[in-house]
Design a protein around this ligand. Structure first.
Ligand code: VG1
Ligand code: CO
Length: 550
């Protein structure tokens, strides 16, 4: 143990910022905003004030390694010491994926953790940074807590920071700083052990080392590289080089660490080329999202959740059954059909993982997911990219079928929910808000109207009452249901840092065995026309087409 010589904690005067309201997943801003004097400190102090007293408590700290991660870690360590924490667990190099942070908080019974990430948003000096607080259950702070933190940021006048030299983050060590013990921990091992305890690693080893099954994991130069290397290459024995782009870079190699068909094109080329691999997967900046591909085959995340639910009994961790499932509202209703057949409850929550926490803690659900490439279970309290990939590998090892066959058999049994999301990014905020408020004004008169040939069955602005603590969340997106089974959802993103991002979610159900293999945009083309007719997307956004289609 090394002991740093330090001075007493210092109280610094600060002025409040008015724009520190956490969004869907923490506070996300441009790096340059975070670099303003006192900006990071104010938010961190607001967190500590909200959860005070901090004396004698344990805190977990890490991030996705993006630009400003290391600087922020040094600041937060000094502030945590000054605020009286007795123990801080920091991922080596300042690294912890979001699901690993959740795992470490739970395993060590910490009072919570601070995760530095802007997830799938790009990184670099002119790009995005983010910070979020996870509570003692390992999950994102619920709304009550984020609201309280925001209130605190509005009136903050001082913050506490210890005056000390930088902590060495790159060596595993225990450092004593005043009354606080700081452990620099291996960011990977606890998480990798948890994964090994959940899945049938022997069967998966046989699959990935057989030579007949070729796979690739694209870490997109983001946080999951070291995790995927350890689990997929070292523990499961996949050939070296299976994990590509495996070294986390501060700017993610200039890419956009969002695992979808648009941004993970390097992986997509390997699965759709002349000599396609059997299995491909990618995860996002902070490791909580996943995309899974088969040979010439894309698994929509909504379908993935439904399939994992239907097949959970084949996985050791869920062999005794699952309590229930949940999906975010815009996610397709594919999982609802499975839950119904299994006779287990299915909950519909607002967008964002924080809404699953209570359901998981209360044991009401075991699996949950979102259309935005997020799937997870009760093993931690975050969505978990690598877990989803391992789940699929375990499933393939048991079923011994190609990905496409597994999915098509599922559709043949349950029918197919075609789903797409159209994003209009960085549009004018006022215009986007205007569009949504005009839509909301129309809600009471929409039912029964025929728009672009489709009859509207019902429409509302989604509200959620948490079944565990009865807290109410309003204005979560405009839902329009059609009599033909189609659904359109409009909402504005809560994670962007520039202008507004409009998300339009479209899904429709198809049971006809002849029509289960259509191209998605084609299958949804009528619905796309209705969405435009009802909302006037083009005229409000000034865009002819979406920026990103997933
Ligand atoms: C988006 C997704 C949402 C997800 C959130 C955080 O939020 O739609 O499903 O929970 O990102 O994911 P929004 O408000 O922009 O639609 V992560 O992996 O970016 O922390
Ligand atoms: Co993420």
């Amino acid at each position: 143990m090394t002991t740093e010589k330090t001075n007493q904690p210092k109280k610094y005067k600060t002025r409040a910022f008015i724009d520190q309201k956490p969004g869907t997943s923490g506070l996300r801003k441009k790096v340059t905003q975070f670099q303003q004097v006192g900006y990071l400190e104010n938010f961190v102090q607001a967190v500590f004030n909200t959860i005070s007293p901090c004396q004698g408590k344990k805190l977990v700290l890490g991030g996705d390694g993006r630009y400003f991660n290391r600087e922020a870690i040094q600041v937060i360590i000094r502030m945590a010491v000054a605020n009286g924490f007795s123990h801080i667990l920091v991922g080596q190099g300042g690294i912890l994926s979001t699901p690993a942070a959740s795992c470490v908080i739970r395993k060590n019974q910490a009072c919570g953790g601070i995760i530095l990430s802007a997830s799938h948003n790009p990184g670099g000096p002119d790009e995005d940074f983010g910070i979020k607080f996870n509570a003692e259950n390992g999950g994102p702070a619920p709304e009550k807590l984020t609201d309280a933190i925001f209130e605190e940021t509005l009136s903050i006048e001082n913050y506490l920071k210890f005056d000390s030299a930088d902590i060495e983050l790159d060596q595993l060590a225990t450092i004593q700083l005043d009354q606080c013990q700081i452990d620099i921990i291996d960011p990977v091992s606890d998480y990798a052990d948890l994964m090994e305890s959940m899945f049938d690693f022997d069967a998966m080893k046989a699959l990935v080392s057989s030579g007949d099954f070729r796979l690739c994991f694209d870490a997109m130069h983001a946080v999951n590289g070291p995790y995927a290397k350890e689990i997929i290459e070292n523990r499961l024995g996949a050939p070296k080089g299976t994990v590509i782009n495996s070294i986390p870079l501060t700017d993610f190699g200039g890419g956009h660490p969002d695992p979808n068909l648009v941004h993970a094109h390097e992986l997509v080329d390997l699965l759709y080329g002349d000599d396609p691999l059997d299995f491909g997967a990618a995860s996002d900046g902070d490791g909580d999202r996943n995309m899974v591909l088969g040979k010439n085959f894309f698994i929509n995340p909504c379908d993935s959740l439904a399939l994992l639910t239907a097949n959970a009994h084949l996985i050791p961790a869920y062999a005794d059954g699952i309590a229930g499932v949940a999906r975010s509202m815009p996610t397709s209703r594919a999982v609802d059909r499975v839950a119904k057949a299994m006779n287990i409850p299915c909950y519909e929550t607002p967008t964002g993982w924080k809404f699953f926490g209570n359901l998981l803690d209360a044991g009401k659900i075991t699996l949950c997911g979102e259309e935005s490439f997020g799937t997870g279970s009760s093993h931690v309290r975050e969505k978990d990219g690598l877990w989803a990939v391992l789940f699929w590998l375990n499933l393939i090892a048991v079923k011994k079928q190609p990905v496409s066959e597994i999915v098509m058999n599922h559709w043949a049994q349950y029918g197919r929910d075609y789903f797409t999301r159209h994003d209009y990014e960085a549009v004018d905020s006022a215009a986007a808000k205007d569009m949504i408020s005009q839509l909301k004004a129309k809600i009471p008169t929409l039912a029964g109207q025929v728009i672009a040939g489709a009859t509207i069955e019902s429409a509302d602005d989604f509200e959620y009452i948490d079944p565990v603590d009865n807290s109410k969340t309003t204005a979560q997106g405009v839902r329009i249901y059609l009599t033909n089974g189609g659904r359109i959802v409009f909402r504005l993103s809560g994670t962007g840092t520039q202008g507004a991002t409009l998300r339009v979610y479209l899904d429709t159900y198809q049971q006809n065995p002849e029509l289960l293999a259509q191209e998605t945009q084609q299958a949804l083309s009528e619905l796309i026309t209705v969405a435009e007719a009802v909302a006037g997307i083009k005229s409000f956004t000034g865009r002819e087409k979406p920026d990103v289609i997933t």
